[in-house]
Design a protein around this ligand. Structure first.
Ligand code: HSE
Length: 442
């Protein structure tokens, strides 16, 4: 009897074309080379890179690419008869990346992509295109780097109705918030550090303004709840306005600030939101630090669980890309969102941010003079918002004479809080735009 390895060596290899040779592309090349025998054994056939394409051929990459066939044009690579599967690691929701994925799928070739922006905006149409051409579109690497959360939801938890999926989906912003807390360095300094480490997106605003997390949340919600992608209904706020001061006040109040991405299937419909949140110190997610991501899932039969792992970087993301390639080599097929596009529930109502009911933290920079606290209290009273705690920190100094006032509220609806915030922002004594952070009871 032949052993597994020799049968793997004798069967037809899966010929892979990789477009995009940045951190993830080169990580994928390195992984495929380093684990070639192991992967062949697991897939029952070898996984061979038979073409690469990137914007620049001559660039120091840390991996030698001369041995691979080079394509200036990734679409020509997709068209090549000696390429069986296309790995799209170019990124971007339009342009070459989209054209490449459409081209490969139209040719009936499977595609593996890490492109959350593309899928968050065009995932339903691309999944439909894959189905029409009886091929596969896979995206494990698009969400939470090395954490197998797409597979976890779609395959491991396929027996459940999922009611909630939320967590920390952007490694860069989690790294920034963690570093700011631990080192007391400025936001700008820590962002540079994240960019040097290769975590941040090419356009860092995607990371720090919550857009990247919203792209990922869109995909998770579709897989979890069996609905078409709906990026435009995600409420998105980023972390630019979080000051070291807020991080300190959060600690004093027993909270930690995290950029949370939250999707829930509740009585009012599907809720999708990304914003900085204060969560209790003791919560599992509060202790997920640095570039790590974490995803909490609640299902009717499985109950609750949390996945934690590295959400960015070449190695972890390559691990997810190659897991999809192994599935393809094994001949495993599954619709992108776990159900064919035709049966996704397109009629689920959207529960917008105005449906949120919970506690809030508010930090104001105000003039240090009599009557200011009374004015703030009156604005809250006028909008029926109940204050839980209120404190002024220190005395105002310098020409600006500004002093921080911090308050937390009892649980109430978002619309009332917004009205109160508007009234408070308009007070002459309020010197800077207020910082509002939702407190999430996890
Ligand atoms: N820039 C992303 C992050 C990694 O910081 O999480 C890729 O998804």
């Amino acid at each position: 009897m032949r052993n597994k390895m020799s049968s793997a060596q004798n069967s037809i290899p899966l010929r892979i074309g990789i477009a995009g040779l940045g951190t993830v592309g080169t990580g994928t090349l390195a992984l495929l080379e380093q684990h070639a025998p192991l992967l062949a054994s697991r897939a029952g056939r070898s996984l061979v890179v038979n073409g690469v394409s990137a914007r620049q051929r001559q660039r120091v990459r840390g991996v030698a690419i001369e041995r691979y066939r080079w394509f200036d044009d990734p679409l020509a690579m997709a068209n090549d008869p000696e390429i069986d599967v296309v790995v799209e690691l170019i990124g971007g929701s339009e342009g070459v990346a989209k054209a490449l994925v459409e081209k490969a799928l139209s040719l009936g070739k499977p595609v593996v992509t890490a492109n959350k922006a593309l899928l968050a905006l065009s995932g339903t149409a691309l999944a439909e295109l894959a189905e029409r051409h009886e091929t596969s579109l896979r995206c494990e690497a698009a969400v939470a780097g090395g954490i197998p959360i797409i597979k976890g939801l779609r395959e491991g938890l396929a027996a459940n109705r999922i009611t909630a999926v939320y967590g920390i989906l952007n490694g860069t912003s989690n790294f920034i918030l963690s570093q700011m807390r631990q080192t007391r360095q400025s936001f700008a300094h820590v962002l540079e550090e994240a960019q040097r480490a290769g975590y941040a997106e090419a356009d860092p605003s995607f990371d720090i303004d919550g857009i990247d997390a919203a792209h990922k949340l869109t995909l998770l919600a579709s897989v979890a709840f069996g609905v078409p992608v709906d990026f435009h209904t995600v409420h998105v706020e980023g972390i630019r306005h979080i000051a070291p001061l807020d991080i300190d006040f959060a600690e004093e109040l027993g909270y930690r600030i995290k950029l949370l991405a939250i999707a829930r299937h509740g009585p009012h419909g599907i809720e999708r939101r990304v914003h900085p949140s204060m969560i209790p110190h003791s919560a599992t997610l509060a202790n997920v630090e640095g570039v790590f991501n974490a995803v909490y899932v609640e299902g009717d039969f499985c109950d609750r669980m949390t996945f934690i792992g590295r959400g960015a970087g070449g190695g972890p993301t390559a691990s997810a890309v190659v897991a999809d390639l192994v599935d393809l080599a094994r001949g495993y097929y599954c619709p992108l969102f776990g159900e064919p596009v035709a049966v996704l529930t397109s009629s689920s109502p959207v529960a917008g941010i105005e449906r949120r009911f919970g506690e809030y933290y508010l930090r104001l920079m105000v003039s240090d003079r009599p009557g200011v606290i009374a004015d703030i209290g009156a604005a809250m009273r006028d909008h029926d918002v109940s204050i839980e705690k209120l404190s002024q920190h220190g005395r105002g100094a310098g020409p600006y004479n500004a002093v921080p006032v911090v308050l937390t509220t009892h649980a109430q609806g978002e619309p009332a809080m917004r009205q109160a915030l508007k009234a408070i922002s308009a007070l002459p004594a309020v010197l800077e735009p207020p910082c509002l952070i939702r407190i999430e009871a996890l």
